[in-house]
Design a protein. Sequence first.
Length: 575
Amino acid sequence: MTENIPETEKASSRSNSLTTDEGEKRPHVYELPCSPDSLPLADHAPKKFYFWQRAGPAGIDLDSIATQPSVFDDPVKAKYYQPRQDYENLHRFDPDARWTWREEIAIVRKIDLRIMLYTCIMFMALQLDRGNLSQALADNFLTDLGLTTNDMNNGNTIFSVCFLLSELPSQLVSKKLGPDRWVPTQMLIWSVVAFSQFWIKGRSTFFATRALIGIFEGGFIADITLYLSYFYTGVELPVRLGYFWAALTIANIIASFLGFGILHMGGVGGHEGWRWLFLIEGILTCIVGFLSYGLMPPAPTKTASWFRGKKGWFTEREETIMVNRILRDDPSKGDMHNREPISLRNFWYSITDYDEWPIYIIGLTFGLSTAPIGTYLTLTLRSLGFSTFQTTLMGLPSSVAGIFTMLLFTYLSQKFNERSFMGALAQVWILPCLIALTQFGASANRWAKYAVTIIVLSHPSTHAVQVAWTSRNSNSVRTRTVSSAVYNMSVQVSGIIGNYIYRSDDAPLYKRGNRDLIAICCMNIGIYTLVKLYYMWRNSARDKTWNAMSNEEKERYMDTTTDRGNKRLEFRFGN
């Protein structure tokens, strides 16, 4: 957003007009609100607060009004942004609702506990099944099955291609059925495949299980991102996604200890340790999947059930606060029912939204500069002379450090409202480490090489920032549904490319591969810079057009425009 747009217009820039995604006029569904002067509103912008601030943000009166100004306070503009009649939370929508900072902080913490915590647990289960292949490699997985490094590369590619191809279909199914129904179903199916790896016999069954896990895990992250947007505002979502990806790292840490113990089961029942690893961790995911049917409410006002209790998790007052703070922040979230499918017309409109493409390009390239190093970490450590059980634990320092660097960069991105710059800075962290790796020879000190490898893998990931960035710049549920999936598809394509940067004929030092990573890292810094300049140019052009319009022209535009989502003149892109 630019600073010269009035606050009510800033709010309107996050929404659609009175037309639906199909271009039809929407009927009014509530009485026009009171005059803006008749009810108090917050006297400052939304405050960012974090889990360590037990008393809330410093310098505010907790009993003062937290309700933010929005289009719903203006009788003229309110008619353009009403929720649809079939919006699942409509019965709690009240433009005149007001609440205090004390109430808002309490409800956000409750959402964190009830919603965010369990989505993190689900993500950890996903990572157990997706990431335990690297631990199996440390237990002679390839040798036992008669596979080569290139077979592993092909298996990873099969997984990534299947994951990629199922992203959009999974997201569309999720939008039709609801994430609360589809995500648990996904988890149950892939967990069965995951623990079935206990019985794989060779190359064909290895490739088959990689394909099936990729098919049913695909779309999970985009589904969860859409689900969380039902409960959090645009200010809160980036840090919550930071917690989400921190859960992935915590899963890697837990997996290291689980792997250390489970791999010691080698020989039990005459089976290798890696077989027990796949079986036990797959069963754990299956249990989480069953619980997810009961622990994922479909909407803020739909938490009552036999499993969650007849009264649900939230009081009527809390539901009112939850619904109205979300719609005030982004009225477009009332444009679709949470079980409404995306039409073919809207799907095409969303996928051809060229203003989202710069972030897709970032998704395609940003992870390439470190992906091969992480994928081959266990094999690299084994080649340096470390044992199987040492290797399972030696990745822990980078996992722990990665949590802190990722959350730090997510916090800084939110604090300074910067996205491109933080992404470029993360690549600057990586570059000197890659240069150092190219200088190591066969006789280099193994601890020195280990230290540099851990530092590069501790880099601050900006993935969470970019997922929230994609959601923010979508400016409609329709586009957000598709753009989240397409961004993750870009990341999966990146994974496919990354599988072939390190090759068998370049092992074990991978000097050629590391030189390629240096070039990619420099390219990424340039891409982040160009993306920032692009969005700054787009915002500047809209400022010029919007500010040249009279108030009457602006009102006429809002009343008659067919522009939707992020194509509206009053919308400003985050950069």
